[in-house]
Design a protein around this ligand. Structure first.
Ligand SMILES: Cc1cc2nc3c(=O)[nH]c(=O)nc-3n(C[C@H](O)[C@H](O)[C@H](O)COP(=O)(O)O)c2cc1C
Length: 293
């Protein structure tokens, strides 16, 4: 069987107006005009760079809803985001804050399930979708992991052993912050839940794998915030699990050859912010207009 047969690419000829948009958006360049003038799927070797990327752009772009693929029907897709979303997105991004004080309670599992279902739509290089998500959605389990990692981190600190980015100075600062901003937990900021995007990271696509994880972390953070949850992006706790406390990392059941650069702590926030901060919006933007910088 040719790989093309597995796409189940179907054109509803009663709807297709032969506009060619499906051909012009196909990343894999596997759609062509057939002898009858309607789009058809070309033969191809295999999925990925040598064929269909499984991106479903053909289904998404068709103004007539004439294309189904992989058994997905256009009428089951979500409509595009409304234009007014721009303003809401601005508020979401500008007002997002690192939460380092959480309520000591589990988040409604239905909310977590909804967010994770949306996370399946996060982009990945080449649409390879190799990124995996590990979620610790039980605060007692997070506490168990915290205890193991903490014990090792504290014991190492007494011997002046730290992760690559830390030192006596930074560790002392973090210790101090436990009294106020970190509510007794310099490691996970007291977060009742953890989200970790991870991917097998080998060979020439290794950098893409890391980027996939970082993008997923950013999407997850914003989705949580949109649902009223607090989040903290944490590289230090990932360092501790990777470099000092492999026994704690093992409790997450993430394969050893998977990259885990960031951990997102999340939960109901203890602190509500009344307004956004006012970051300098132009400082880092290099915009070329009419050829001039
Ligand atoms: C790559 C990255 C790593 C971070 N690691 C940590 C961390 O380990 N612990 C922590 O409390 N905050 C961490 N943060 C949060 C930043 O400290 C925070 O974004 C910064 O203080 C600005 O605050 P804001 O997020 O509220 O705008 C990290 C943020 C990024 C983007």
């Amino acid at each position: 069987m040719n790989a093309k047969d597995k796409t189940h690419f179907l054109i509803d000829r009663s709807k297709c107006i032969k506009c060619g948009k499906c051909i012009n958006t196909c990343s894999g360049m596997v759609i062509e005009i057939g002898p009858d003038g309607y789009p058809q799927m070309k033969e191809f070797e295999r999925f990925g760079w040598r064929g269909c990327w499984r991106c479903q752009h053909c289904l998404a772009v068709c103004p007539q809803g004439a294309i189904s693929i992989f058994g997905k029907k256009p009428e089951d897709s979500l409509p595009p985001a409304p234009k007014e979303m721009g303003g809401y997105m601005e508020r979401l991004i500008v007002n997002r804050r690192s939460c380092r004080r959480f309520l000591d309670k589990n988040v409604d599992p239905k909310v977590i399930t909804g967010i994770l279902s949306t996370m399946a739509a996060a982009p990945t290089g080449g649409n390879a979708m190799g990124v995996e998500y590990t979620v610790i959605d039980d605060k007692d389990r997070v506490e168990e992991i915290r205890k193991v990692a903490y014990a090792k981190m504290d014991a190492d600190a007494k011997k002046h052993i730290y992760t690559h980015s830390f030192s006596d100075f930074y560790y002392q600062k973090m210790k101090e912050s436990e009294k106020t901003v970190r509510k007794g937990d310099l490691l996970f900021c007291g977060a009742p839940h953890l989200f970790i995007a991870h991917e097998k990271c080998v060979g020439k696509w290794a950098e893409d794998s890391k980027t996939n994880c970082h993008l997923a972390a950013a999407y997850f953070e914003l989705l949580c915030n949109a649902h009223g949850l607090g989040t903290t992006i944490m590289s230090y706790s990932a360092e501790v699990l990777n470099e000092l406390a492999p026994e704690a990392r093992a409790m997450l059941n993430i394969p050893k050859d998977h990259y885990t650069g960031l951990i997102i702590g999340f939960g109901y926030p203890e602190i509500e912010y009344a307004r956004g901060v006012q970051k300098d919006r132009s400082a880092k933007t290099h915009r070329y207009t009419e050829g001039k910088r």
